[in-house]
Write a protein that binds this ligand. Structure first.
Ligand code: XMP
Length: 512
């Protein structure tokens, strides 16, 4: 085990993720309880995370002294570097607020930390956090690498195996970061790389059992990967103590509602309440074209319908949710600047308090691809596990300008053709998300001998790692031509197809 002491950085979970990728188990604990966790876990090494505070503040967070006294390998990242230096007798001076940026480090001295990865004289890209700075190193330490703005980019005490970096090895923009963290946990700390998703599954099941006891749990099922994985995991953990509620808002893709019911109720035998609330949702949305109002209306109705059903079931103590790690940090801006709401995501926020339920969130530490791996581990069919993300408000936000039953029907057909062609072309897994959008614009066309005046269908496909940024997918024109021909020929109501070549930013993935 590696102990990760969290000083509140937005990217601490990424440290844990990289350590997991290296096949090693780690536990993140807040700095306040790090001493106790250290005694309990008997870790083979410790990683000190970054954090927003300044070590110069009064009551600044610090690591428990035992961490430095135990003689174990330590890796201090950013704030972790500063507190390590300060706690071991060095000096830190104030700078400006923490901010991320690309930088290049130059390697001056060898270090066990990057042996076999970086060599003396080389320059490497890293993602640096600027804030307070170390100005004098503790005894035994020496600078190993610098960057123009960071004279202490890497400073280590090789004898005591204490390594500190001013950059963040855990983020994607430090290309060798994963290798550095692996080097630390496997080679330096000596942890065996045998941690797997199977182990996570067993731990997650044990944790759920411990949290829930003999209580009753309800879980909102949407047919998406996250809630599907939560449902199956919980069913395995607590069996009949779980009831799923599937609020069918009538905004799903073609045949999707039937597939959800078929899999969970018929195949898995999970108690499932299927609420057909299509009329409620579509009536409320009729005539509404403002994206935020649509989103809020759907969010509100979802909670109302869900709550009503939950009350009917009665006596549930817990609400299970497929919250993932990116949802936890979602609204927090990566650069530390103020964040604005681009789109209000809908979830069952507020519901647990209103109904006096506690939350069960077994996926809270995971990223999407890890959830997929866990789904496979749980034996969920590939069609569910590998499914593209689908937004809570469903097709409503893919009908800009207002929703009607007729438009939804048209959209569903076009979307199904598009996805069918993508699957046939073997491109489904190469794409993060692909979908059709029905534009509220009619244009003139000609079919046979007649004039047509019908809707425009927009096609969207993007690649992405996490949904935060995205590139439009580069289909070949043959493919797009085939999809266009099929949609125009097979779907009544569409006579023109366009492809969206906008990346995110400046576009967003969904059109609303
Ligand atoms: P945007 O459109 O903001 O989408 O670039 C990023 C990712 O989030 C999904 N998305 C949502 N997911 N509820 C959800 O559960 C929502 O309200 C919502 N809006 C967007 C979107 O499909 C993409 O994967």
């Amino acid at each position: 085990t590696v102990l990760v002491i969290d000083f509140g950085s937005q990217v601490t979970q990424l440290i844990a993720r990289r350590v997991r990728e290296a096949g090693v188990y780690s536990e993140i604990v807040p700095f306040q309880s790090a001493g106790e966790a250290f005694e309990r876990l008997k870790p083979k090494g410790v990683i000190l995370s970054g954090g927003p505070a300044s070590v110069l503040d009064e009551n600044a967070p610090s690591a428990p002294p035992i961490v430095f006294e135990a003689g174990l390998p330590i890796l201090g990242i950013c704030y972790g570097q500063q507190t390590t230096c300060l706690q071991l007798g060095g000096m830190v001076e104030g700078g400006h607020a923490a901010e991320f940026g690309r930088a290049f480090v130059e390697i001056h001295e060898p270090s066990t930390l990057y042996e076999g990865i970086w060599s003396v004289g080389e320059r490497h890209q890293v993602w640096m956090s600027h804030g307070d700075r170390v100005t004098r190193l503790p005894e035994g330490f020496a600078v190993r690498a610098t960057s123009p703005n960071a004279p202490f980019a890497v400073a280590t005490d090789e004898d005591r195996r204490i390594y500190t970096t001013m950059f963040h090895p855990e983020v994607y923009h430090t290309p060798d970061g994963a290798a550095l963290l692996k080097r630390f946990v496997v080679d330096i700390c000596g942890c065996t790389a045998d941690w797997t998703m199977a182990a996570f599954r067993d731990e997650a099941i044990a944790k759920v059992r411990a949290q829930v006891g003999d209580g009753r749990v309800i879980c909102g099922l949407s047919g998406g990967v996250d809630s599907s994985v939560v449902a199956v995991l919980l069913h395995e953990a607590i069996g009949e103590q779980l009831t799923c509620i599937f609020v069918d808002h009538g905004l799903m893709r073609l045949n999707e509602a039937e597939e959800v019911v078929g899999l969970f109720r018929d195949h898995y035998n999970i108690p499932l309440v299927h609420v057909d609330a299509a009329d409620t949702f579509i009536d409320a949305l009729t005539g509404e074209s403002d994206p935020e109002t649509k989103r809020k209306t759907i969010g509100r109705l979802f909670i109302e319908v869900f709550e009503e059903e939950a009350k009917k079931i009665g006596g549930a103590d817990f609400l299970a949710q497929g919250t993932l790690y990116p949802d936890v940090i979602e609204s927090v801006s990566f650069t530390g600047g103020p964040s604005v709401t681009i789109k209000s995501h809908h979830n069952v926020g507020g519901l647990p308090e209103r109904m006096n339920m506690k939350l069960v969130e077994p996926l809270r530490e995971l990223f999407k691809d890890e959830v997929r791996a866990l789904g496979r581990e749980l034996g969920l069919p590939e069609a569910f596990v590998g499914r593209h993300p689908f937004p809570g408000p469903g097709l409503a936000i893919r009908c800009p300008g207002g929703v009607s039953r007729e438009k939804l029907d048209i959209l569903r057909q076009a979307d199904a053709i598009y996805l069918d062609e993508i699957r046939k072309a073997g491109l489904y897994d190469a794409i993060w998300q692909a979908f059709a959008v029905l534009l509220p614009v009619q244009t003139v066309g000609v079919m046979g001998d007649g004039r047509t005046y019908e809707f425009v269908c927009g096609l969207r496909a993007v690649t992405s790692v996490d949904g935060m940024t995205a590139d439009f997918f580069h289909f070949d024109m043959e493919f797009l031509g085939r999809v266009s021909a099929r949609i125009v020929n097979e779907v009544r109501g569409i006579n023109r197809v366009v492809y969206d070549v906008t990346s995110k930013p400046p576009g967003t993935i969904e059109w609303e």
